[in-house]
Design a protein around this ligand. Structure first.
Ligand SMILES: Nc1nc2c(c(=O)[nH]1)N[C@H]1C(S)=C(S)[C@@H](COP(=O)(O)OP(=O)(O)OC[C@H]3O[C@@H](n4cnc5c(=O)[nH]c(N)nc54)[C@H](O)[C@@H]3O)O[C@H]1N2
Ligand SMILES: Nc1nc2c(c(=O)[nH]1)N[C@H]1C(S)=C(S)[C@@H](COP(=O)(O)OP(=O)(O)OC[C@H]3O[C@@H](n4cnc5c(=O)[nH]c(N)nc54)[C@H](O)[C@@H]3O)O[C@H]1N2
Ligand SMILES: [Mo]
Length: 754
């Protein structure tokens, strides 16, 4: 393994560093010449939606919105490198499996359908027809449709997602786990109980009207860099920006806009956060409770709003005022004076937005924390007025749209009702498996067929060893993918790789180019039109793959699969009749920049059973009592697994985590300098990280300790390398999201791998 270099990064986020790194990625993918032209089409009214993050596009922009990590995402898809049949002929799968994920994805775009040949331990070419037949044979041989699992990652378009869930339900199961089970599920579970919908209520424009922003547990400089432009404008207007993050993330501190020549000359850039708090990992429930307590005790709750629009206020007030400040301090890791400062700023504000990311959702008490953040908003009437509201920051560019289209293992009854009526079949009603349920089912042999529409299930899921064993137990694994990844080399007895078109590519059906649609983090739905010739003539669109599969598997289906795929407008017409809020879909989406979905809370309409918004809270002490405490005399740390600046989830672009000053390797573990010396380790000591759970220990070998500005008792390292430490049964209450941001671990001098 290469060696880790650590050199603290002094500059602002963005700036020349971002420009240099973007050029480097275009060069690395061999598309320096035409890459720029391509980027000019990204996030434009008539271009393609950036396959990177789900941050919305501003309504008016000059050329293109520059984003370093967007460039990396586009370049990774538009790469000139190719994985051909000759590549697979040369390399046995066991050889591929010895290589890391960076190597696998870096081989380039997949070019034709491949099937695993056990005798030669190689993937060999297969025709599309034969591939569909083989999958259909496996599916039809199952004792029950519930023995198959159909995963989705969040890049799939609305049209493909809609057809895919229709196929899966006509086949007869709701086993539709998706990446949001590991991501924003606590948001989707918590928010409807509070305000009736599971999505953010703000638009990008609201950020122009807010005077207070509270940012919880996300890292915009890396994971949604276009948000930095929004934050910069807000900061320049004098908006108060409060960041809550155990780490000092540079993108939350200051930013140089790479498209402003004047700013490029100043190294310091614009200060983003006016106030920066470093809570302990998992301390956010207590912070939000502290804010609420301050407002109730010393501030001015919006009594009219509370009386007219909410339920549960009195109980909530009793609970908040009854929580001692000492408990709030210990649990949040912030001092009372800081908490009161936050409370005061929030109370004084006229309109506040609260944003959150994985630092909130990947914890045991994630649902409770999401609901506590909503309580804070309700206290001041900060929903349903300009410049105010909840803004969960989604991950994949269409993960929100996929859920809207029915990629959901627990579909609402009214959706199934409409789906069944439109397509003349009886959809299954029993809930399906989510990600964790799927892994357990495969492990126990209850689900021998695993099909994935995108993603990298083998490495994105928790408890790597168990997931790999589970996938290997399958009779068939199938991956619709653009690039080679771990999930293709950790496979079932029979395995297929089906290569598809990416977002940036021209999708021709029946002689005409097709556009697909996506929904961003703020519920804007718009068209995405590919611009590049496909990476190979053998690629199919995700929609065409679903149709091929459906025709092979469901001979009695009354759905005109081929006809729908010949013109995606026809798919949208069906969506318009099934999915609430998509009436007149084609007419509305073909307008420049598309349309905004109607979100009732914006008009202070609450689609909860009571018709009101709800204060929902539980005693902080119950959450504390609930915490897992390993039986060990050693010092136990709380580890969060996070993204470096040079990756897209399991896709590793390079080995530089620029803003954190780390380069050269990814086996790092950030630790407070005093914790380091207390344990008797030197900086850059090599350690094994051992996670503790009721079912035993898990070990990550040979990680380098990097002294860092992080609260004591807390550690950080990179996903997906540390997924081996996340126990399968450690997950958010009710939402089942793996607790990727709180793993109980101890540190030990590195030993040889056993
Ligand atoms: N370039 C790039 N863009 C991406 C992705 C990518 O990998 N690369 N991934 C996409 C996806 S799918 C998603 S979901 C998003 C993820 O975007 P983020 O939500 O930003 O994801 P993480 O990197 O996991 O970062 C979590 C942040 O929360 C902080 N944190 C961790 N635990 C806590 C806590 O207990 N409390 C608080 N307050 N903070 C905490 C960490 O220090 C870190 O700054 O980004 C999307 N965009
Ligand atoms: N420990 C830990 N684990 C985590 C997280 C964490 O923070 N910590 N984060 C979780 C989160 S938030 C998420 S969202 C999941 C992500 O989980 P996934 O969505 O499953 O993983 P990705 O790495 O985004 O998937 C990358 C693969 O998608 C394929 N791909 C790319 N573009 C396309 C396309 O257009 N179509 C198709 N069909 N395939 C495509 C490529 O083959 C690529 O290899 O991981 C989760 N796991
Ligand atoms: Mo995500």
């Amino acid at each position: 393994m290469s060696t880790v270099k650590f050199r603290p990064y002094q500059q602002a986020a963005g700036g020349w560093g971002a420009l240099r790194s973007s050029l480097h990625s275009l060069q690395h993918q061999g598309i320096l010449a035409d890459g720029t032209a391509l980027l000019l089409k990204s996030n434009q009214a008539e271009g393609f939606d950036c396959p990177g993050c789900a941050w919305p596009d501003p309504d008016a922009h000059s050329t293109f919105e520059f984003c370093e990590n967007g460039v990396k995402a586009v370049a990774a898809e538009a790469t000139s490198k190719r994985v051909t049949a000759a590549f697979f002929a040369e390399h046995p799968v066991s050889w591929l499996a010895e290589h890391d994920d960076y190597f696998l994805e870096d081989q380039g775009r997949l070019t034709e359908p491949m099937a695993y040949d056990a005798a030669g331990d190689r993937y060999v070419p297969i025709s599309w027809e034969a591939a569909f037949r083989r999958i259909a044979d496996h599916l039809r041989a199952l004792k029950s449709p519930d023995e198959a699992i159909f995963y989705t990652s969040g890049r799939t378009s609305n049209e493909a997602a809609f057809l895919y869930q229709l196929f899966v339900r006509e086949f007869g199961t709701n086993n539709l786990p998706d990446c949001s089970n590991m991501c924003h599920e606590p948001t989707s579970i918590g928010m409807p109980e509070s305000i009736g919908i599971g999505k953010g209520t703000v638009t990008l424009e609201d950020f122009d009207h807010a005077d207070t922003l509270l940012l919880f547990g996300h890292n915009p400089g890396t994971n949604h860099p276009r948000m930095l432009g929004t934050l910069r404008d807000a900061a320049r207007r004098g908006c108060r920006i409060l960041a809550f993050n155990p780490l000092k993330e540079r993108g939350l501190e200051r930013f140089v806009h790479p498209q402003h020549a004047g700013e490029l000359l100043s190294r310091h850039g614009t200060d983003i956060a006016t106030h920066y708090y470093q809570p302990r990992i998992g301390g956010d429930y207590a912070i939000a409770l502290g804010i609420a307590r301050y407002v109730l005790e010393s501030g001015t709750p919006d009594r009219d709003f509370i009386a007219a629009h909410t339920q549960g206020f009195d109980a909530f007030k009793t609970l908040a005022l009854g929580t001692p400040w000492e408990t709030i301090e210990t649990e949040s890791g912030l001092r009372r004076a800081d908490l009161e400062e936050v409370g005061r700023i929030y109370d004084e504000g006229r309109a506040a937005i609260i944003t959150w990311g994985m630092g909130i959702t990947q914890h045991k008490h994630a649902v409770a924390t999401v609901q506590m953040l909503v309580n804070v908003l309700l206290l001041k009437g900060n929903i349903g007025k300009p410049g105010a509201g909840p803004a969960p920051i989604r991950g994949h560019s269409n993960v929100q749209g996929d859920r809207t289209m029915g990629i959901w293992e627990r579909p609402p009854a009214d959706f199934l009702e409409r789906l069944g009526r439109e397509f003349d079949f009886e959809p299954p009603r029993a809930p399906g498996y989510d990600v964790i349920g799927s892994i357990k089912a495969m492990e126990e042999g209850r689900a021998p067929v695993f099909f994935a529409m995108g993603g990298n299930f083998a490495n994105a899921s928790p408890d790597t060893a168990r997931v790999h064993a589970a996938l290997r137990r399958c009779r068939l694994t199938v991956h619709v993918a653009t690039k080679l990844n771990r999930s293709h080399v950790v496979h079932g007895q029979d395995a297929l790789i089906l290569p598809c078109l990416g977002r940036t590519e021209i999708d021709i059906q029946d002689g005409r180019p097709q556009g697909v649609t996506v929904e961003d983090s703020m519920s804007m739905v718009h068209i995405s039109q590919g611009m590049r010739p496909p990476a190979s003539a053998h690629l199919k669109s995700e929609c065409a793959i679903v149709a091929g599969l459906a025709e092979a598997t469901l001979p009695k289906s009354r759905t005109p699969w081929r006809e729908l795929v010949a013109d995606y407008d026809r798919i949208r017409d069906r969506i318009a009749r099934v999915v609430a809020g998509f009436e007149d879909f084609n007419a509305r989406v073909h307008k420049p920049r598309g349309f905004h979905l109607d979100l009732p809370p914006r008009a202070r309409k609450w689609t909860t059973p009571s018709g009101k918004a709800h204060f929902i809270a539980q005693d902080l002490s119950t959450l504390v009592a609930d915490r897992y405490r390993p039986q060990t005399a050693e010092r136990v740390f709380n580890l969060m697994t996070i993204r470096s600046h040079d990756q897209y989830n399991t896709t590793i672009y390079g080995l530089e985590d620029r803003y954190r000053g780390v380069s050269g390797a990814r086996n790092v573990c950030f630790i407070h300098p005093d914790d380091l010396s207390d344990l008797g380790f030197d900086p850059e000591a090599h350690v094994d990280i051992v996670s503790h759970w009721s079912d035993g220990k898990r070990v990550a070998h040979d990680f380098v300790l990097v002294p860092y500005d992080i609260p004591r008792g807390c550690l950080a390292g990179y996903y997906p390398e540390l997924n081996i430490l996340v126990p399968l049964s450690s997950h958010a209450d009710r939402a089942n999201t793996p607790t990727s941001k709180s793993v109980s671990v101890t540190l030990h001098p590195a030993t040889a791998r056993g």
